[in-house]
Design a protein around this ligand. Structure first.
Ligand SMILES: Nc1nc2c([nH]c(=O)n2[C@@H]2O[C@H](COP(=O)(O)OP(=O)(O)OP(=O)(O)O)[C@@H](O)[C@H]2O)c(=O)[nH]1
Length: 134
């Protein structure tokens, strides 16, 4: 069996109160109802940072730049049908107020509250580094 490796770039947008933005996956998508960090799949020929800037624009109407992306940690998780490799970047500077442009619910959450929100399996190990940082 060949392993499908999927590269996803994700963001922890951090506000002045040290809260992190999470988004609830809309009904009809895989893993609907789970809360995740904004971001998405890196497309062929794209750099991860470029993909993340594109996704933040598409999903939230937020603009930022590569220099504002600080790598924090990554998830490497075997789902049944693919292996997810997902770098998580911390972002503290952006322009535009995040808006749910794809029908998703948004929440600003303190890292030590993240465990109250059901998240995809891969995200569990990302929480401790956020708590340590913030
Ligand atoms: N953005 C994001 N994706 C995550 C997180 N955790 C996690 O397992 N994922 C998985 O990474 C993949 C992200 O893909 P995506 O959001 O671009 O794509 P999608 O499933 O909506 O599919 P599509 O864009 O092909 O329709 C999904 O399989 C998603 O479940 C997370 O915290 N943030």
């Amino acid at each position: 069996m060949t392993l499908k490796l999927v590269l996803v770039a994700a963001a922890a947008l951090v506000d002045a109160d040290h809260r992190v933005l999470i988004a609830k996956r809309p009904e009809g998508k895989a893993m609907a109802g789970l809360w995740e960090f904004p971001g998405g799949k890196v497309e062929a020929g794209e750099r991860p940072e470029e993909a993340l800037l594109r996704e933040l624009h598409e999903e939230l109407g937020v603009e930022t730049q590569t220099a504002c992306l600080a790598p924090l940690t990554f998830a490497s998780h075997a789902y049944d049908d693919f292996h997810l490799l997902m770098p998580l970047y911390v972002i503290r500077r952006w322009t535009g107020h995040p808006k749910p442009r794809e029908g998703q619910d948004l929440a600003w959450v303190r890292p030590n509250q993240l465990r109250s929100y059901p998240m995809p399996e891969a995200d569990g190990p990302l929480i401790a580094p956020l708590i340590d940082l913030l």
